[in-house]
Design a protein around this ligand. Sequence first.
Ligand SMILES: [Zn+2]
Length: 118
Amino acid sequence: MHEVAIVRDIFSTLEAAYPDRMDRILKIEIQAGLLCSVQPILIQNAFQAFVLETPHYAQTELEVELLPIVAYCPSCAKNFEVLYHRFVCGCGKPSDQIIQGEELRISKVIFKPNENEY
Ligand SMILES: [Zn+2]
């Protein structure tokens, strides 16, 4: 049910940002860090259900990009990718300083061109 809430949140954010262009959204791209535990299939299902309830979004598509988890190692002063939830740098030191992986954001919105604008 996590994904249904995310989809509703995405649309309310967009409705606030583009109140006069909501009927022309063709595509929404979101980026979800792996720590958000977003399942792309579940979010697509939630999205399809939402779009069915809201016919003027019938032509809107959703694309989900998953972002890897990246943490910072203070000993090496470098970032490293966290694999299998193992927050340990290549040098062997643990770190929980997360740089990327917790975000959930709308990265791009594509609108259908308005025939009246040129
Ligand atoms: Zn290190």
